[in-house]
Design a protein around this ligand. Structure first.
Ligand SMILES: O=C[C@H](O)[C@H](O)[C@H](O)COP(=O)(O)O
Length: 223
């Protein structure tokens, strides 16, 4: 099976977590996109969705799904999203698509985080995937120095020679060379650096369930 087929399989499997008549939180990225396409097929069953990025909002709307502003929503039963890495305890690295902050905010309102990922995302120790950190643009140099002091190798994310700008008007620093054995501690330390909006570690708000696409079928991990 290709990686896309594995992503499609977990996207389909995630439909069982959609709660009829409710609003669902929806993540960002290629796996989330497969999920949105599946959600489109059962859109009559839900009230609508809260999107974790402009791209996701656009795709949801293209399927005729009502997109709610998070400020109108107090709680939702489930948030469904991909991950760049997930460990055996449900802690994740996210933000490969620069949507980490809105993802973390929407996930914080949901009662359950369902992670959907192809099997390659399951790791023993987080950190091989560079850890994304969203920063206020004027602070990127000072934040990078502080991230280096924590033992990482920070790189400002650039595209076509210019810094990547998030949906929030901020920049992303990717931190290479980390071996994250205590994800909650690293999440807290980085979030404490002035100038950081948030970082892509989801340890304080880890996954409750992970649907993992493997050659032997979709495996369910519960945390
Ligand atoms: O910012 C992007 C998100 O955190 C994505 O959920 C993450 O990068 C995984 O993306 P994909 O499903 O494309 O591997």
């Amino acid at each position: 099976m290709t990686q896309d087929e594995l992503k499609q399989a977990v996207a389909k499997a995630a439909i069982e977590y959609v709660v009829d008549g409710e609003i669902i939180g929806v993540g960002t990225g290629s796996t989330a996109n497969f999920f949105i396409d599946e959600l489109g097929k059962i859109k009559h069953r839900i009230k609508g969705a809260v999107a974790s990025s402009e791209a996701t909002a656009e795709r949801l709307r293209s399927h005729g799904i009502t997109v709610f502003d998070l400020n109108e929503v107090e709680t939702m039963p489930v948030y469904i999203d991909g991950a760049d890495e997930i460990n055996g305890g449900g802690a994740m690295i996210k933000g490969g698509g620069a949507a980490l902050t809105r993802e973390k905010i929407v996930a914080s309102v949901a009662q359950k985080f369902v992670c959907i990922a192809d099997g390659s995302k399951l790791v023993e120790v987080l950190g091989k995937f560079p850890l994304p950190v969203e920063v206020i643009p004027m602070s990127h140099a000072v934040v990078a120095r502080k991230l280096a002091a924590l033992g990482g190798e920070p790189r400002l994310r650039v595209k076509d020679g210019k810094p990547v700008v998030t949906d929030n008007g901020c920049y992303i620093i990717d931190v290479l060379g980390l071996s994250i054995t205590d994800p909650a501690d690293v999440e807290d330390k980085i979030n404490n650096i002035v100038g950081v909006v948030t970082n892509g570690l989801f340890a304080r708000q880890g996954a409750n369930v992970c649907l993992l696409g493997t050659a032997d079928g979709v495996k369910k991990l519960e945390f």
